[in-house]
Design a protein. Structure first.
Length: 153
């Protein structure tokens, strides 16, 4: 009878250790219109709609770029759910008997790019050119024709 109880406890222990919990975190980005290139924390993840997994909660830098539309740059806060706050997170992530999915979705409405009339664009370009020329410093060339701040002695 004692050996049966030992085998039962051993079997239950092995089952408990092999069925440990797991948390799958996924961030999905959608844009309207679709097809914008998405970046999370300056890492390209693909064209919208797109999903990527993440490990840590916190603030994420999200950028969407699409030709003909204004670039969108936001700081999106991903807060941990209540069951993944210390000290509960240790037990949920290691001993919960089933997989937990935390899926976040963020939607963006892209705005068409503003077309600047040429009558405004040319004066702005001329002003920038004038500012650059006023501050431009050309380094002197040495006798060998090399330019720069450092010269060999």
């Amino acid at each position: 009878m004692g050996s049966h109880r030992g085998i039962l406890l051993l079997t239950l222990g092995v089952m408990l250790l092999t069925s440990v919990g797991c948390v799958q975190r996924r961030l999905t980005l959608r844009s309207f219109p679709e097809g914008a290139m998405a970046y999370v924390d300056d890492q390209e993840i693909g064209q919208t709609p797109v999903s990527t997994s993440f490990t840590h909660y916190g603030v994420r830098s999200i950028r969407l770029e699409k030709d003909g539309y204004e670039t969108v740059q936001v700081q999106e806060r991903l807060d941990a759910p209540w069951y993944l706050t210390p000290p509960l997170d240790f037990f949920v992530e290691n001993f919960w008997p089933a997989e937990i999915r935390d899926e976040r979705e963020v939607d963006f409405e892209l705005q068409p790019a503003k077309i600047v009339p040429q009558s405004e664009l040319l004066p702005r370009a001329e002003e920038q050119r004038r500012q650059v020329q006023q501050n431009l410093v050309v380094p002197l060339a040495d006798e060998d024709g090399r330019t720069g701040l450092f010269r060999r002695r």
